[in-house]
Design a protein around this ligand. Structure first.
Ligand code: ZN
Length: 146
């Protein structure tokens, strides 16, 4: 294993041990649940979308290190972004782990998940939080944000 992927592994383990934004939002505008039966990962995404901007985002649930680290880093990556920017990140992330073309710079530190593409079983773990966020953000708002 190269030094680079060892570093990546450390980042994933760190996020697994201390997941960021691992909490519930009391009155989220959007929420969705995701489940990956292949691995047993399950999580709930909470989203507070105000004026088309991600004011707050968090998650709860249980799963393997990759799904948890992916959820943790996703919440960091999308906070403060517009709905369109979130959708673009989702597409970019999905393409990165399923396609072996060059990964766009815009993904920033999310690029550490690039290696997942070599492990098809793990792809679902890494993309579960993103699919769940995508589902949440495209639902009708549950709560008025005014
Ligand atoms: Zn998993």
């Amino acid at each position: 294993m190269s030094e680079l992927s060892e570093l990546y592994q450390q980042v994933i383990l760190d996020h697994n041990k201390k997941p960021r934004n691992f909490r519930k939002i009391e009155s989220p505008t959007h929420t969705a649940e995701g489940h990956n039966p292949l691995c047993g990962d399950q999580l709930t995404i909470y989203l507070d979308l105000v004026n088309d901007e991600v004011k707050d985002v968090s998650f709860e649930g249980s799963g393997c290190a990759i799904s948890k680290a992916s959820a943790s880093m996703m919440t960091q990556a999308v906070k403060g972004k517009s709905k369109q920017q979130v959708e673009d990140l989702f597409k970019g992330f999905h393409l990165m782990v399923t396609d072996d073309s060059e990964t766009p710079e815009e993904l920033g530190n999310l690029r550490i998940f690039e290696g997942v593409r070599e492990f098809p079983v793990r792809v679902k773990c890494a993309t579960l939080p993103w699919h769940t966020l995508h589902a949440a953000i495209n639902k009708e708002e549950l709560v008025s944000t005014e």
